[in-house]
Structure formats: C-alpha cells, structure tokens
Ligand binder design. Sequence first.
Ligand code: FDA
Length: 309
Amino acid sequence: MLRRSLLQMSRSDRIKDAVSTMPVSSGIVARFVAGESLDDVIDVSRRLVDDGRLVSLDHLGEDTLDQEQADATVQAYLTLLARLAEEGLAPGAEVSVKLSAVGQALGADGGRLALDNARKICQGAMNAGTTVTLDMEDHTTTDSTLSILRELRQDFPDTGAVVQAYLHRTEDDCRELAYAGSRVRLCKGAYKEPEQVAFQNRREVDLSYVRCLKVLMAGSGYPMVATHDPTLIAIAGALATRNGRDSGSFEYQMLYGVRPDEQRRLAAGGAKMRVYIPYGEQWYGYLMRRLAERPANLTFFARSLLTKG
Ligand code: FDA
C-alpha cells in the first residue's frame, strides 16, 4: 500500500517541486545519489574502484519530452565516457542507460530515435573501452527495449540487458537471453505493475527470481545478479558453484548507498561486485523508487525534508 503510494507520488508534480528543492547534499539524497555533477560521480567512482568494486554509472533523467532533451542526455553520456577513459577508470566502469531518457517515448518514431541515440552511446562506450547496459523500465516498454537490444547487439555484442523477475514473462526472456556473450542483469523490478503482467506478492517475485537465476546460471551467458536480498545472494553463489562457474563468469550488483558492508564483503571474497551509481540533477523519480522499496528509509527522508539538510 505504502509502496504504491510512494510510486504514485513519484509522478506528482506538486510533491516533486517540494522535494526537488532539497539540496542534493541533504542526508537521504546524498545516500543514494553520487551528486549532480560529473566531478561528483567521478570522485565516487574512483573511491569505489580503488576499493576493489566495479561501477555502472547512470546519468539521471527519464521521461524525456523532446528531442533536445534526448540529445542533451546523449551528450552527457558521451562526455562521461570520454572522461572515464581520460581518468583511466573505463576498465572498471560501464554505463547504464534508460531508453526513455534518449527518446523512446517520443511518439511513433520513439523506438527508432532511442535506437539511434543508444547506438551513439554504445559507440562512445566502445571508444572508451567499456560497455553499456540498457536499464528496463515499466512493462509497456519491455518489448521495445528488448528489440532495441537485439539491434544494438549486432554491432555491440556486449550491450547488457536487464530483466525483471516480477514480470510473468521473464523466465522465458531469460531462456532467450542465456547465450554465450550475453550480459543479463536480473533484478526484481521497481515499477508499479498490474497483476495481469506481474507477480504482486513478494514471495512469488522471489520464487520467480530463483527460477530465472537457475536459467541464467545454467546457460552460457554472463549473469549480473542485481539484488540486496541476502537469501537470493546466497542462492546465486550456490547455483554458480553447482554450474561450475568461476568468479569471473558472473557478477553481483547493488545500488549505491544500499548494503555497502555486504558489497565490501563480496568484493573482498573475490567476487565481481558492481555498484550502480546514479548522478545528475533529475534524481527525484529515482529517489522515490528507492524509498518505495524500503519504507524504513522514510523516517530518514522525513528528517531530511524537515531540516532540508
Ligand atoms: P528487496 O527490495 O526485497 O530487498 C531485500 C533487502 O535488501 C531488504 O530487506 C533490505 O535489507 C535491502 N534493501 C533493499 N532496498 C533497500 C533500500 N532502498 N535501502 C536500504 N536497504 C535496502 N529495477 C528495474 O525495474 N529496472 C532496472 O533496470 C533496475 N536496475 C537495477 C540495477 C541494479 C544494480 C540494482 C541492484 C537494482 C536495479 N533495479 C532495477 C531495482 C530492483 O528492481 C529492485 O527494485 C531493488 O534492487 C530492490 O530489490 P532487492 O532485490 O534488493 O530486494
């Protein structure tokens, strides 16, 4: 119930205006977002890479409303990628891209525009010596995103996919994606979805996550296990061992600010551990999805709002 309200709030302009005046350095925002500038995210990335973790950087911005905004997002990624190469960070740092931020929702030609723009970012990543993963958004975009992924992989085979365990379709999608060289991030899913397409109950989502993990770990692709859930992390490790996978053949992924001790523990044990780091001015929708996942963070959020600091 609370989760649904928070996800609805993430679409409310009035609440957005009030919350967005909080400085990015305020407690709750700084916990989940690296900062608004490129320098901020480079600093955070360097700290994590020096600490033995990998990173995936997300330039925040979704629901792009016009072509100019889509172009600006592409440019932001190209600047970020060039900077990663310049700083020597590219081997440990990839980028995550939301197709809605590069034009997917812009009318009948949105899919074509998003593909062209994603292609430019993939080329920038290739020039920098790194890769792109396409984030997955709400279920109305799944088919379009997977078809853009297929096109991109013809020229950039290491482009990563994301699948969401809460969708009924995902076990089948995993079967199709579990081929050699295919990088697949498995997450639970962060959007408010109807029961026609998605499991509503946490236990059903977790069981689906395990079924998907089994398919990905038994396949010949590269699974990216994106969860903070201790049970699922343990199951992923056991399935990797059962399938004869070494620690270089899959990775764990977690969000910046969530379970940092567990991130360090996995990395120290020799696992590949990637941290998803969002940055940029449009942090509102992202922050609300994180709060919806963990209502315990609401007290912290309310305190940040009251003190605006
Ligand atoms: P769950 O929410 O059940 O949490 C399990 C445990 O983790 C909790 O009990 C708590 O201990 C801890 N925890 C989880 N969230 C927390 C928080 N915000 N603060 C503090 N502790 C927390 N989704 C999507 O729809 N499309 C996408 O492209 C992506 N991409 C993505 C990348 C990466 C690297 C990650 C880790 C996640 C995503 N997600 C995503 C988000 C994902 O779908 C999901 O909403 C969150 O990861 C939370 O789900 P968990 O698997 O962590 O389980």
